[in-house]
Design a protein around this ligand. Sequence first.
Ligand SMILES: Nc1ncnc2c1ncn2[C@@H]1O[C@H](COP(=O)(O)OP(=O)(O)O)[C@@H](O)[C@H]1O
Ligand code: SF4
Ligand SMILES: [Mg+2]
Length: 329
Amino acid sequence: MSSDVMISIRNLKMEYLVREGTIKAVDNIDLDIYRHEITGIVGESGSGKTSLIETILRILPRNARIRSGKVILRTNRGDEIDLMSLSEETMRRIRGRVIGYVPQGSQTSLNPVQNIRQHFIETLKDHGIHDEKTIEESYEKLKIVGLEPSSVLSKFPHELSGGMKQRVVISLTMALNPEIIVLDEPTSALDIFSQRILLNILDNIREKFRTTMILITHDLPVVAELADRVAVLYAGKIVEYGSFRDIFEKPLHPYTQMLIRSIPSITNFYTKSIPKPIPGEPPSLLNPPPGCRFNPRCPFTREICVREDPPMIEVEKGHYVKCWLYARK
Ligand SMILES: Nc1ncnc2c1ncn2[C@@H]1O[C@H](COP(=O)(O)OP(=O)(O)O)[C@@H](O)[C@H]1O
Ligand code: SF4
Ligand SMILES: [Mg+2]
């Protein structure tokens, strides 16, 4: 495993058991997360983004089953550990201290009867930090997200806007000095103005602290703005993975191409053409189509696409695509 890779995911498979059968939400995912970079994971709603993260962090609901896979974490100190085989106790220490997680809709997770100072104290105590000085110092993390500790610490969540609450949650995550932060749909509940502020803050965190980040979103322009590398998720599988330039300037997978062409701001910037929506609906993960899961919506579907799942091919260094147009059979 290259020392530049911080998390290496191989053959990861997770299903939800429901009355009607199994939902194949994470289906044989391979992915490398590079240190000091922002990796964007983009996909339509229901494509399995949250499921993938909850599998990696092992915070799944009771009906979930991890079927296979390794998730090797290589810490900044150089230790290599497989998150899938750790004890729950060690995993709890990794969550927060090594991997900070800002879940979807996390601004609603603040406790309404505690002020922000108490949130910092509780967060650190939960991870065994009781030292007054360290706790005091952690308040400085509010500055990273553009908030002044002296004016925010005594406030209660209801006294803050949605955007400010979101920023408080990020600073609470930063308080434990994690090596990597995972943000699930960080912009989705925010107005345009708060989104703008948040994107600048994430950019600053990358610049100043070189914190590795995984940015999960259905919103391609957010990824276009921040990500160094991008994984495109479709129906539980990664269909394309590459550098920012690979994905936005020379997308290869028909789904990535159609996704980029469907977003007005990106279409204007990169292709200078009129945006076109992707026809059809994402498939059910209960009974996904055989072969390539994109075949019912793809303009290039051939006989093999309906019969066999295409392999992931490295078309050029670091640029991977999962489509029969690029594979030999
Ligand atoms: N607890 C659960 N039980 C059963 N199915 C679930 C559960 N959570 C998510 N799913 C299903 O898993 C699929 C992926 O969902 P999710 O990971 O939330 O996607 P995304 O985050 O990309 O919107 C969807 O089909 C969703 O309905
Ligand atoms: S494998 Fe076939 S159906 Fe799937 S994206 Fe490629 S051409 Fe389209
Ligand atoms: Mg989600």
